[in-house]
Write a protein that binds this ligand. Sequence first.
Ligand code: HEC
Length: 314
Amino acid sequence: MKLLLKAVTIASAIVASPALATSWTLDPEGSHLAYGSIKKDTVGEVNSFSSLSGHVSPDGKVEIEIDLSSVETNIDIRNERMIEYVFRKTGTATLSAEFDMQDVADLNVGGATTVDADAVLSLAGTDVEFDAEMFVARLSETSVMVSTNDMVFLSTEDAGLNAGVDKLMELANLPGITRTVPITARLIFTMDDKKAGVAAGVPTTVAAAIIDGDVKAGKKVFRKCRACHQLKEGRHGVGPSLHGVFGTSAGQADGFKFSSALQGSGVTWTVETLTQFLTDPKGTVPGNKMQFPGLKKDEEIVNLIAYLNEEAAD
Ligand code: HEC
């Protein structure tokens, strides 16, 4: 089993970036998208959108939806005019981009890098392509921040927005509004729940846990289990020996009296099912007799699994 897991690990390290080979969801609270506008050559203003949503697929495809009706110009009537004349009540704009996830794969928590993204903004029926250099920082095991590295400029003409801007000038009786719009973005993405992979049994997630895990730290986490579990084959205590647990069916180890709940659960221990079980033993297999509340931190589980993969396998 250890060899097999190693093989999966190596194979997926080649085909995908292990640490980030998972999907990510935009955190609207921590994210911010703003653009600037200059009127009469001198008066600069910042507008932003308060409602964003988005997603990054494991292969680096980014899709961000901007709710255009959430535009905030700080003046109500101006918000209405923007929505009606510039955005032409088109609801949402979509920003799609593609990232080379390999560039970000090796980022440790606290690490940062810049990546080039080819992006397309689809707004009111027009697609505008642009390149943006983005600054990417890994904030935690499960979150990354992506922000514009330099100012990104969008031409209102390319975006098909000139007629709307003309209308704004007319309505507000302004001699001029700039036709090049600077844009800045700060986007926070959080890793999708690891449990989402349980049913699908995605092997890259397996590999990710093992590559990411710190075996030494996992050994410390195992102290929480040691009162009841040993790793030597056949050595049962309050709980069963966890020797060779990966790949086995739950509740089958010889010589231990399991609860019928665990024995009849139909669970096979993989990284995913074990992650789920260790997060919430009672909720995952109701009626089982393991008196343990569960591990609350993903990091603890990832490390523990790396340790079990090393130590409990041979
Ligand atoms: C207080 C004792 C206790 C602690 C602490 C404890 N367990 Fe258990 N564990 C048990 C018992 C008892 C069972 C058998 C449950 C049943 O039969 O319903 C079990 C079952 C298991 C199983 C299923 C084994 C199989 O063969 O199906 C796994 C995996 C497991 N524990 C892992 C852990 C890990 C990892 C920890 C530490 C993070 C831990 N346990 C902490 C008592 C404990």
